[in-house]
Design a protein around this ligand. Structure first.
Ligand code: PLP
Length: 440
């Protein structure tokens, strides 16, 4: 009996285990092999080999650009996310960098309209590093959708934001931004790092999703990686805004990316990702190692089970904190109300849950410090998406150097504590939080 991995019929839980690979064609090994090889022998017909280099044919050349283990990760995750294809890179930061840089024209005027609520390093990437490269970031407020539209001009290359911002959990109005993007011909890029399976930006109209695969996709805090996902709904036809998608690209032998994909089977699903792979990934060297790709494939296998458990635990913790007399405020999507609650319900699949990140407020900085120094089980670590519960007091760690007015404008106060709830037994998590609060 022949079996295939036709992704079309698979549910997401099944795609996490099957999409893109069934077994090794020679050994029939079920587990995805780690192709820890830098290069691939260029044997056979030289015309064919030249065709691979010229993107006239599919094939493997050099692992900075393409690798068989990584390619399985890319195809598997694209199937899970309901997208046309994905590109794996070295980290979440590399994913954000390449996702945006791939759209720039390289002439003054390129700009990105971005939510002002962002993970700190992403904020720096957009507002400092991209500025030095001639790409301007324009700051908009997801609580006021019109602030995005008013900043768009004919050189806006993307609208950007995080599904639920890290660490303040401000929800991004993805469907409304997608509508604005459609009207202006601008793609929406969503960093969905903290809500894989919970939110599916593809189905909400986003054009590109990015992930720090380092977090939940990996799940065990062992491996750095990033994914850029092309949802396949944006054509990049506006030649004034996206010249490098509509003209011969001298960065790769004067290729026209839209025509190149027509000749390819494996890499033919996304001109956006083909261009990114063959120019930006090739030139920046932001490649993921095959071993890391293997680790992420292992993580994906249990993603749906872990996400469900993360979310179940997080709801219990959020409810516990809400009732606690020493806690002034709790931010967690299921606790929101009014317009924000309606938006949360639009963004998430409640069958999975509301995510595992919680922000809560203690009275002041001293209370935050007492909490963080008295917990015993949870890890005091500035990371997200480990199987273990992680906790940070931003003011005494990640945000020590950020001026008070700036961090308060971003929603981080002296007594703010961020929790990323893990998959331990819930009683142990709650007992540790209670221990910390007893010391406050
Ligand atoms: N995006 C978000 C929302 C994050 O939380 C992080 C890291 O914490 C990143 C991107 C960057 O990911 P990485 O550390 O894999 O570069």
């Amino acid at each position: 009996m022949s079996r295939n991995n036709s992704n079309a019929q698979m549910c997401r839980e099944t795609a996490l285990l099957y999409a893109g690979y069934r077994h090794d064609p020679v050994t029939k090994a079920v587990s995805v092999p780690i192709y820890q090889s830098t290069a691939y022998e260029l044997d056979g017909d030289l015309e064919k080999i030249a065709g691979i280099y010229n993107v006239n044919e599919d094939g493997f050349t050099y692992s900075r650009i393409i690798n068989p283990t990584t390619r399985i990760l890319e195809k598997r995750f694209a199937a899970v996310d309901g997208a046309s294809d994905s590109l794996a890179v070295a980290s979440g930061q590399a994913a954000t960098f390449l996702a945006i840089a791939n759209l720039c024209s390289g002439t003054p005027g390129d700009n990105v309209v971005t939510s002002k609520y962002l993970y700190g390093n992403t904020w720096n990437l957009l507002f400092n590093t991209f500025k030095r490269l001639g790409i301007e970031a324009r700051s908009a407020d997801p609580k006021d959708i019109s602030s995005f539209e008013s900043l768009i001009d004919d050189r806006t290359i993307a609208i950007f934001g995080e599904t639920f911002s890290n660490p303040c959990l401000v929800p991004l109005p993805v469907p409304a931004l997608a509508e604005i993007g459609r009207r202006h011909g601008v793609p929406v890029i969503v960093d969905n790092t903290t809500t894989p399976l919970i939110c599916r930006p593809t189905s909400l109209g986003a054009s590109i999703s990015t992930y720090s695969a380092t977090k939940y996709l990996c799940g065990h805090g062992t491996t750095l990686g990033g994914l850029i996902v092309d949802n396949g709904n944006f054509a990049f036809d506006d030649a004034a805004r996206f010249p490098l998608f509509n003209e011969a690209d001298e960065a790769h032998g004067d290729v026209l990316w839209k025509e190149a994909v027509l000749k390819l089977d494996d890499l033919g699903a996304s001109p956006y990702l083909l261009k990114s792979r063959m120019t930006w990934l090739r030139d920046t060297g932001a490649a993921i190692s095959p071993f890391s790709s293997f680790q992420l494939i292992q993580g994906l296998e249990t993603l749906h089970l872990r996400m469900q458990r993360h979310c179940e635990n997080a709801v219990t913790v959020a409810e516990f904190l809400k009732k606690h007399p020493k806690v002034a405020r709790v931010s967690y999507p299921s606790l929101s109300s009014g317009y924000e609650r309606e938006l949360v319900d639009e963004l998430i699949d409640a069958r999975v849950g509301y995510g595992a990140m919680i922000m809560f407020e203690l009275a002041d900085e001293a209370a935050g410090r007492r909490f963080i120094t008295n917990i015993k089980l949870m890890y005091h670590v500035s990371n997200v998406g480990d199987a273990r519960t992680l906790v940070t007091h931003p003011v005494s760690t990640t945000h020590t150097t950020v001026p008070k007015e700036k961090r308060e404008a971003a929603g981080i106060f002296d007594g703010s504590i961020r929790l990323c709830v893990g998959i331990e037994n819930i009683d142990d998590i709650v007992a540790d939080i209670q221990r910390g609060l007893d010391a406050v």
